[in-house]
Design a protein around this ligand. Structure first.
Ligand SMILES: NC(=O)c1ccc[n+]([C@@H]2O[C@H](COP(=O)([O-])OP(=O)(O)OC[C@H]3O[C@@H](n4cnc5c(N)ncnc54)[C@H](OP(=O)(O)O)[C@@H]3O)[C@@H](O)[C@H]2O)c1
Length: 251
């Protein structure tokens, strides 16, 4: 079998992660991952193979230590070559107002959006065995915006932490491993396509009106930024905001 560099893309059964997996499959073997949506994950593998690439699906919950260990053990056994890249994309956003906060809510947001990325990065670097590699963390414009957002404090705090974690790991892992982040703005994935209520639909329309480019982004546009950072040999510790100008607006 031809040896190809392998990339692990967490949470790549749908949305941004799916687009990242398809984009990176142009040059690499891809390990597609999801916690629940195994059928969706296998479909992404089929799409990659149909486009001439190669991929495998591994079901694992990357918000837990055991899930991360399972993912990398399985990834090592299916990889077509060394695993030299990791995209920490899996994430969960839940809107919970201040009065309804609970330790369980904060733990879920922090594990899913921050701690899991730290654990997966540790497992990735461990298996490199001193070799070179690159990590891209998918954070969020919520982690950098100047104005607080009502209802998603825990998610925003976790994403801000992920941006800080990116800088810290970039410093600690240099020069062998580069670590960067992409912070997407509103991107057209399932969370915007199926709003839970009419009120949510109106809120989403208002957000769109405040994006200077006047539209939500395509997952493929975020995937291009991830691909750039994985290959940008002079860049580490950066956070590339890809948000159609949202963080510069007063929305
Ligand atoms: N869409 C946006 O506007 C936007 C904006 C800023 C940042 N982001 C960030 O971009 C990333 C992708 O978002 P998206 O909009 O594409 O979301 P999505 O469509 O809901 O996809 C999330 C993916 O992550 C997987 N996942 C979730 N928790 C997981 C876990 N514990 N272990 C393994 N896989 C897990 C999901 O699969 P299962 O559910 O089957 O496990 C799915 O494949 C997230 O980190 C999100 O915070 C999105």
């Amino acid at each position: 079998m031809r040896v190809k560099q392998t990339v692990v893309v967490t949470g790549s059964s749908t949305g941004i992660g799916r687009a990242v997996a398809l984009r990176l499959a142009r040059g690499r073997h891809v390990v597609v991952n999801a916690r629940l949506g195994a059928d969706d994950g296998r479909r992404v593998v089929e799409d990659i193979v149909a486009a001439g690439g190669s991929a495998d699906f591994v079901q694992a919950d990357v918000s837990t230590e055991q899930g991360v260990a399972d993912l990398f053990a399985a990834a090592a056994s299916v990889a077509a070559g060394p695993i030299t890249a990791l995209v920490n994309n899996a994430g969960v956003a839940r809107s919970v107002p201040f009065g309804e906060w609970s330790s369980a809510h904060w733990q879920e947001m922090l594990q899913a959006n921050l701690v899991g990325c730290a654990l997966a990065s540790q497992a990735f670097v461990g298996q490199l065995g001193g070799g070179e590699g690159a990590i891209v963390n998918v954070a969020s414009v919520r982690g950098v915006e100047r104005f607080g957002r009502i209802g998603i404090a825990a998610y925003s705090a976790a994403k801000a932490g992920l941006i800080n974690l990116t800088a810290a790991m970039a410093r600690e892992l240099a020069p062998g491993v580069r670590v960067n982040a992409v912070s997407p703005g509103f991107t057209d994935t399932r969370i915007f396509r199926d709003p839970a209520s009419e009120e949510d639909r109106r809120r989403i329309d208002r957000w769109r009106d405040h994006v200077p480019l006047g539209r939500f982004l395509a997952p493929e546009e975020i995937a291009d930024a991830v691909a750039y950072l994985l290959d940008a040999t002079a860049v580490t510790g950066a956070n590339l905001v890809v948000d159609g100008g949202w963080s510069q607006s007063d929305g």
